[in-house]
Design a protein around this ligand. Structure first.
Ligand code: SF4
Length: 339
């Protein structure tokens, strides 16, 4: 536990410089000032961004718009040329780049190159994967690319339990994918990427928490995280929220009402944004179809979009009437747990 905390802290410290630290302070200051003034002050640059390598996925997870084929925006993958253009115009103050929104990032044929290009800008890089395509060769390339953190979704300790949510998936392949990264790290004598197993807790797998701890230990991963699942009601879902209170983000197992009182605030809006594979800039990963569009990076510069009228308007709405933004109703960000 102490070891992973040191490695996580070092991964952030090594990408910091004066400009980035000053911007981080400015971000925090602007965030608190906006709470007082109720006016969106955007005089800083984001600390974190997500770029979507591809919106295509091999699995059919029932609470995901990609898996249920209900994503309204086009499917595709970012071209290397477009990606390079985006990377080159990202603010120098940026600290963290997540290569994932929807879709399976490792299905992008140039995935290691995407990471490498981001690392050339001295960024903390992260991704989230179902692990099915990480062969020994790809595992080696990912480790060599300098990725900082990789999250593997493993939501079951038996094939039966795993595939109840990860429909079409193979637990064996994920485990092999994890091993291919950990063994490449050993061979190349690298500490990074930090390997994290993320276990979404549902009713059908909540009895496997001890078992997954054992698997994580046997695989020598750096960290195991239990996460509450997001429900979207895209279809007649075969999965249900857990009955264990602390692993549920909703008030009860039947009504999809997020715990806590919604407040007119959202820290994420002051420190991050997301960019889809075709260059649409959206406020956060809850905007699956980029409906609350802030701009298009294929026609405008990122810094212009970040401070655009659309961005200003969206953030002002958050500060004044977040209830009007439908996606915020299914998000735990900016909630009060005091009655
Ligand atoms: S859904 Fe709303 S509250 Fe949640 S991160 Fe996005 S903008 Fe913020």
């Amino acid at each position: 536990m102490v070891r992973i905390k040191i490695l996580e802290a070092w991964a952030i410290l090594r990408v910091l410089n004066f400009k980035r630290i000053a911007n981080a302070f400015k971000t925090i200051l602007n965030y608190y000032l906006t709470q007082i003034t109720k006016y969106a002050i955007i005089k800083h640059q984001p600390l974190a961004l997500s770029i979507e390598p591809t919106s295509i996925c091999n699995l059919k997870c029932p609470e995901c718009p990609t898996g249920t084929n209900t994503l309204l925006r086009p499917r595709g993958k970012i071209s290397l040329v477009e990606y390079k253009k985006i990377i080159d115009q990202l603010p120098k103050e940026l600290i963290y780049l997540n290569l994932y929104i929807q879709g399976e990032p490792t299905m992008h044929p140039d995935f290691p190159e995407l990471i490498q290009l981001a690392n050339n800008k001295n960024l903390y890089t992260s991704t989230s994967t179902n692990g099915h395509f990480i062969t020994p060769a790809l595992g080696k390339k990912i480790v060599e690319s300098g990725l900082t953190r990789i999250i593997f979704s493993v939501d079951g300790t038996t094939q039966e339990s795993y595939e109840k949510y990860r429909i079409g998936g193979s637990l064996h392949k994920v485990i092999e994918g994890i091993k291919n990264i950990t063994s490449a790290k050993k061979k190349l004598k690298k500490r990074y990427p930090l390997v994290i197993i993320q276990f979404l807790v549902f009713k059908h797998n909540q009895h496997q928490l001890e078992e997954i701890k054992k698997i994580a230990k046997d695989l020598s991963v750096d960290k195991l995280e239990f996460k509450t699942a997001q429900f979207n009601n895209y279809s007649d879902s075969p999965v249900e929220p857990p009955t264990i209170e602390r692993f549920r983000r909703y008030e009860n197992t039947h009504r999809l009402r997020i715990k806590g009182k919604m407040l007119n605030k959202c820290w994420r809006q002051w420190h991050s944004a997301v960019i889809t594979w075709n260059g649409k800039v959206a406020p956060c990963c809850y905007d699956k179809d980029a409906i609350y569009l802030l701009g298009d990076i294929t026609t405008n510069n990122f810094s212009e979009i970040w401070k655009s009228k659309e961005s200003q308007l969206f953030k002002t709405n958050i500060l004044q009437n977040k209830k009007n933004i439908s996606m915020c109703h299914n998000c735990p960000e900016g909630r009060s747990f005091w009655s």
